[in-house]
Design a protein around this ligand. Sequence first.
Ligand code: ASP
Length: 313
Amino acid sequence: MLKRKDLVGLIDVTKEEITEILDVASEMKAHLKAGEKRLSYLHGKTATILFYENSTRTRTSFELAAKYLGATVINIAAGASSVAKGETLVDTGKTLDAQLNDFLIMRHPMGGAPYLLGKTVHASVLNAGDGMNEHPTQALLDMLTMREHFGSLEGLKVAILGDIKHSRVAKSNLFGLKTMGAEVYMHAPETLIPKGIDRLGAKLCKTREEAIEGADVVMGLRIQLERQQAGNFPSLAEYADFYGVDCAALKLAKKNAIIMHPGPVNRGVELTGKVIDHDQSRIEAQVFSGIAVRMAALKLLNDYREYNKEKNV
Ligand code: ASP
């Protein structure tokens, strides 16, 4: 059983917990593939989706996941809520708690916001991306996609290329993949490598070729123009030439390597169009894994809530 109220980051999630989430996600996939989209694990429960930043995939997949599990789902766009009138995050959380929400699914531009919310509400908080910090369900869906292809994550070489500095996906993948026994190689312009990431276990490579050579997984990350001050690299065209992944670079990876990207992709920048549409690309498979992993996370957090309820009675 996942023994935690909230899922806010993978930094302290154990191998057993990750394995359990991935196993339940595989069961969820089997349900979905059999056309079973009316499950009852969250029947009678309410999930509120509170996004302070834009999203396509993550928001819709959390909403579908909660609905497929039978929850009532409310969507709040921060711009249309009392946040726009100056309400604090903690006060918003208290309001949502008073409305007897069971799950708060939050995306926020500030790293740490879901931790603060989780500490102040009774509802379970799921982090759908906090600033440049973590995006745990993205890394879990990436790991599910990898595990389906390779059978295990142990010993995989995962090459992550792109805007690592501004990426919460890179950090959650680094924590999760290391816990599961994979090796994470990273490459980007110096200005897009966060200081100290090697001390967290990433192997920094001097060239894209060194990162991709013999890789099982080649993962591109979006250049996050909205989070950058100008001047991290000369131009997008130059970035694509020197740091982007094209078919020639991909040839250095293992024969059965897979290509991944969390999306949205800047086509032709971090990956060329041919790489995105390659037979070995798993970018669409990642989207499907996203629904299954979010169903699994919601179900397991709910199991823990129910277990605690029973214990207190
Ligand atoms: N969708 C991912 C995120 O929200 C990756 C990205 O935006 O580049 O972090």
